[in-house]
Design a protein around this ligand. Structure first.
Ligand code: NI
Ligand code: MN
Length: 225
């Protein structure tokens, strides 16, 4: 499994010869100006919730690539009306896709579309594959439901928001890594806006103090699992 960081909460995951894009927010992200959204390939687009900083480029990528949107029922219905293929899910549900098994998890956040209309419940995803298991938390607060994850799945890595203000910050993310029983964390949802700027080295050191690994990728950088 190869995971490329596309900036903010956007990821490109290559697994089982499929390409999965998560929460694409690229064209309005000045920090991601080197990512050419029109050159991205995708078989699936996973959307954790309907906020602009997670769905902005989903329509463009879906129309460029024919990728299927996997998200909550309300978001899939919204894109369905635009002629985009989708697979609806909801919290606690799993489905075996051709890339692996996906489970939708709880997230404590909100999920309105940019026009204010209802965007379903915010979520995260557990992705179980032959090439490893990861948890993509989505925008969320630290929450006790995270303790259910290691009862269902042994994680190899977790992708957690660490930018604070809108989501967990570093303190909560360290506790979350205990809750999910995973000490290898890839950071996301930081630095894009002034409210979520962090000190990278300090964040890495704080995790190291707890014998945990925090990975912070450059935009366009990748990690192999
Ligand atoms: Ni959000
Ligand atoms: Mn967000």
């Amino acid at each position: 499994m190869k995971i490329t960081f596309l900036g903010h909460a956007s990821l490109l995951i290559e697994v089982e010869n499929k390409i999965i894009i998560v929460d694409p927010f690229i064209t309005a992200n000045k920090k991601a100006k080197d990512i050419d959204v029109n050159r991205l390939k995708a078989d699936y687009i996973l959307l954790t919730h309907a906020h602009q900083d997670h769905i902005l480029d989903a329509e463009l990528i879906a129309k460029n690539t024919g990728a299927m949107i996997v998200s909550n029922f309300e978001i899939v219905t919204y894109y369905g009306k635009l002629g985009i293929d989708g697979h609806p899910m909801n919290h606690g549900g799993s489905w075996n896709f051709d890339f692996g098994r996906l489970t939708m998890t709880n997230a404590i956040h909100s999920s309105s579309f940019p026009d204010g209309s209802y965007g379903g419940n915010p979520a995260g995803f557990i992705l179980e594959t032959k090439e490893g298991n990861i948890y993509i938390a989505g925008d969320t607060a630290l929450n006790m439901d995270m303790k259910l994850i290691p009862m269902q799945c042994k994680l190899d890595m977790a992708i957690l928001p660490i930018g604070d203000n809108f989501t967990m910050g570093i303190n909560s993310a360290i506790i979350a890594s205990d809750f999910i029983d995973c000490n290898k964390i890839l950071a996301y949802h930081f630095d894009t806006f002034v409210y979520i700027e962090i000190n990278h080295q300090e964040a890495i050191n704080r995790f190291k103090d707890k014998n945990k690994e925090l990975i912070i990728l450059e935009i366009g950088g990748n990690i192999n699992l």
